[in-house]
Design a protein around this ligand. Structure first.
Ligand code: AP5
Length: 229
């Protein structure tokens, strides 16, 4: 069973979840679990399941719920149960939200919903570059690397994710609207839900989320988060 709190980063493709996730996990001492990264890892395995997962991601569709739940459970289990979790990309539909509630038991679930305009999402995804070696994310429009196609952090080659092609982005946004957006209504009346203006620059988004998490900590009275300041 998971101890401490679970926080969910909810938002459309390109909303900035991955950009904030690592920094927030570090700041609030949470175990980071990104289903997109875990599933891309699975897709690189030379197995039949790996190849199916890779094809689904490249089409911009959702990987079957049970497979995703297995991956999430496995990663939560391998953390040894210590500390809370920051979930980037899970749950992504109502069935997965039910699965998360079962996994969480009595552990409170907080949800951070990124609101970003659609034209901003499309521009961000078309300009995103990703380092396969260290996972750093940058953007040719908003945060260009010092040297074209080279990761500033580790010097490896940057890639354009295959699912960031315009036709796949359109599909991912459609899947988001149909499958994931209903989660906003599902969570919005629950305690621990808050929205952030994801259109702002990354540092402003980080400060808005951090401020709200700190206020949540004050209100819950029995804070699971340990914050070093
Ligand atoms: P996943 O990798 O989770 O992709 P996603 O949710 O579509 O989100 P993205 O990674 O595209 O966007 P992001 O919000 O993290 O934005 P980022 O920070 O990179 O999933 C990929 C696939 O895996 C799915 O399509 C599906 O097939 C499968 N999958 C994953 N989870 C699943 C699940 N639970 N169930 C079933 N299938 C699942 O930012 C984007 C760009 O914008 C970057 O270039 C960044 O530098 C820039 N940027 C970010 N923030 C800002 C800002 N504030 N200002 C300016 N630029 C910014």
């Amino acid at each position: 069973m998971i101890e401490d709190n679970i926080f969910v980063l909810l938002g459309a493709p390109g909303a900035g979840k991955g950009t904030q996730a690592e920094k927030l996990a570090r700041e609030f001492h949470l175990n980071l679990l990104g289903t997109g990264d875990l599933l891309r890892e699975k897709a690189r395995e030379e197995t039949q399941v790996g190849s199916q997962v890779g094809q689904i991601i490249e089409r911009g569709e959702l990987v079957p719920d049970q497979l995703v739940a297995d991956v999430v459970r496995e990663r939560m289990g391998s953390s040894g149960g210590a500390g809370g979790f920051l979930l980037d990309g899970f749950p992504r539909n109502l069935a997965q939200a039910d699965l998360l509630e079962q996994m969480a038991g009595n552990t409170p679930i907080g949800v951070i919903n990124f609101r970003v305009d659609e034209e901003v999402l499309v521009k961000r995804l078309s300009g995103r570059r990703f380092c396969m070696e260290c996972g750093k994310i940058c953007n040719v429009y908003f945060s260009p690397p010092g040297k074209e196609d080279v990761c500033d952090a580790c010097g490896a080659k940057l890639i354009h994710r295959p699912d960031d092609r315009p036709e796949v982005v359109r599909k991912r946004l459609q899947v988001y609207r149909e499958e994931t957006e209903p989660l906003v209504a599902f969570y919005s009346n629950k305690e621990g839900f808050f929205g952030v203006n994801g259109n702002l620059d990354p540092q402003a988004v980080f400060e808005e989320i951090s401020g709200k998490l700190l206020r949540l900590k004050e209100h819950t009275g029995n804070p699971p988060l340990s914050v070093d300041r």
